[in-house]
Write a protein that binds this ligand. Sequence first.
Ligand code: NAP
Ligand code: ZN
Length: 348
Amino acid sequence: MTLVKAYAAQKADKALEPYQLTRREPGADDVEIKILYCGVCHSDIHTARNEWGGTMYPVVPGHEVVGKVSRVGANVSRFKVGDTVGVGCFVDSCGHCNNCKDHQEQYCENGHSQTYNSFEQDKKTITYGGYSTHIVVTQGFVLNISDKLPLEKVAPLLCAGITTYSPLKYWGVKKGDKLAVVGLGGLGHMAVKIASSMGAEVTMLSRSPGKAKDAEELGAHHFALTTDKEKMKELANTFDFIIDTVSAEHDYNEYLALLGTNGVMVLLGVPPTPSDVQAFHLIMGRRSLVGSLVGGIKETQEMLDYCAEHNITSDVEMIRMDQINEAYERTLKGDVHYRFVIDMASID
Ligand code: NAP
Ligand code: ZN
């Protein structure tokens, strides 16, 4: 057992504060990672504040981890001390169900182990995430990171990157497709970058007029304010795909109406409250409303390699660990450009 420094939420309505965490000694298949950077995902906030229910306190969030291998177990051959590696949203899965065999560990039929607020595969040891100096992960769930790109800008790819890359690949988004991204935050800005790199004609749908210029610089071809009802009417029936990254309650019907025939709207954001969907918006034009959860390990490696090749990284604002509560408040106000990343060297 190793004691490591971390930051935890002790209760839904309490600020995160310093916490001492026990990590297991690396077993034969384990990789111990000294964490350099950890991105701040809106899921961290939903969980720390128990907005989805089921938070086990104390909770140490963080699932956009980049660091250096500090120790390896006897059976570890793919990694050696000093290698640059990453960890995303999950750290293990059953390994033998149909989805695991198909490299879709995120949909493990026996329950995958999420990086925090979840259980290891023994179904009793609670997992703790990347707001800490070290993490120990079984080798099959550790990603290779190229040293070609700035590592702090790579960290958000481990969640925001793969979560947007995976549905774009699965639904075969290609050159010339008309695609809208709703919500310009962590996921939204990666969706714009990756979809435009695949050749899609990207429209940013945002409630924030101040983000228009940024959207264009990120690669969006058009920008529309979702509060501009005339503009929204004009956009009816125009998109092949909509990627919805909004973290709070909003009316899906307004966006479904923007899809053309056979159009697909992919839900990535997870508002804590359920929503009403009017069936007419789906049956008129045979539209689909679907969801997608991060991506498997093999696909995450593919995404990291794709981003290294296409020079795609996240736009980040670096923070010290003790600025995390302020970063949460700013994220909630939509004031994030476009991912906060914690410099783990700053933890005290
Ligand atoms: P984020 O950085 O906070 O971005 C969310 C964006 O949604 C905001 O920047 C804002 O964009 C828009 N928004 C927020 N509140 C809104 C409201 N009340 N009405 C309308 N628009 C609003 O969050 P994120 O880290 O990208 O995460 C987004 C969501 O995805 C969260 O719910 C998160 O839990 C979920 N998530 C899902 C997966 C998955 O596997 N499916 C993975 C990671 C995260 P504008 O200012 O441009 O409108
Ligand atoms: Zn995330």
